[in-house]
Write a protein that binds this ligand. Structure first.
Ligand code: ASP
Length: 280
């Protein structure tokens, strides 16, 4: 069993050292809880559990902590890729739910598995997901100032369970101040992908991640026999050709883990049951 979670990019220029420490502590706490959960649950169930905890933490740009868009509204995107069933499900630009990843999970058994905007919200309500305002009016100006200077960080999780099954889950509030209707990479196979060989979750500029097809390429390369390290190396060298900005975490079916980023720094934690490997 292995699990890695990430809290997106950390902006050294606009976020304080205290925020960084708080994020690391939160990641450590969430990874401990998710590890315990993984003992009794599948990779896909655990990926959803870990991402929902990250969505509940205001420090991260997902769920409750989501960034606002150019019209001042919060719209969130999240996806789940089950490496075993090889099914992808997700929501794009959903509003007023607490945990977009739980809606993505509900969609896993549907014929129509990726829903956007209003349709996603209607589906969520019809399936018992409560209305929840992620808007924080009293903190809007504080938020706007902070977010203009660099985002808070998408969240993600990749897991290998005790039966050797893999899953990836990713959730975001977007890049911040984007045009209404802009689609993030986080609920696409470029930003979140897994099969029986590898699972990858990305953060960074969604347009770069989609242009580079980052998660899909890494997973495909591992499926074709490359090591997870080499798969990351080649994919990130292609990302550099377009001067792309992204980071990713990955795990293969043997439990080899890897992370890479085009620019420092991502805040994340890995756990293999014996030790935390906190990076950055
Ligand atoms: N990838 C996200 C997006 O472009 C943002 C991020 O990871 O910080 O929507």
């Amino acid at each position: 069993m292995k699990i890695i979670i990430h809290g997106g990019f950390f902006s050294e220029s606009s976020q304080t050292a205290e925020t960084k420490i708080a994020k690391q502590q939160s990641l450590t706490n969430i990874i401990d809880r998710s590890w315990d959960y993984l003992k009794e649950h599948t990779a896909a169930e655990t990926a959803v559990f870990a991402v929902s905890l990250l969505e509940d933490d205001e420090l991260f740009n997902a769920g409750t902590g989501s960034q606002i868009q150019s019209d001042g509204k919060i719209r969130m995107s999240a996806s789940l890729m089950n490496g075993e069933t090889q099914k992808f499900s997700g929501v794009i630009n959903i509003e007023s739910v607490k945990n977009p990843i739980k809606v993505a999970e509900l969609l896993k058994d549907e014929d129509d598995r990726v829903l956007g905007g209003q349709g996603a919200k209607i589906y969520a309500s019809a399936h018992g997901i409560e209305d929840y305002s992620t808007e924080i009016p009293q903190r809007r100006s504080e938020y706007e100032e902070k977010l203009k200077n660099g985002g808070l960080g998408t969240v993600g999780c990749v897991v290998l369970d005790k039966d050797g099954k893999l899953a990836a889950a990713t959730s975001t509030g977007g890049k911040g101040f984007e045009l209404v209707g802009r689609i993030s990479d986080s609920a696409t196979v470029a930003g979140n992908y897994a099969n029986r060989h590898c699972a990858v979750s990305c953060t960074g500029v969604g347009e770069d991640i989609v242009s580079n097809a980052t998660a899909t390429k890494i997973v495909t390369r591992v499926s074709d026999g490359l090591s997870v390290q080499e798969a990351f190396r080649r994919t990130f060298s292609e990302l550099a050709e377009i001067d792309g900005f992204a980071g990713a975490i990955g795990i293969d079916s043997y439990g080899n883990i890897h992370f890479q980023e085009s620019h420092p720094t991502m805040v994340f934690a890995a756990y293999d049951g014996e030790k935390h490997m906190m990076f950055k």
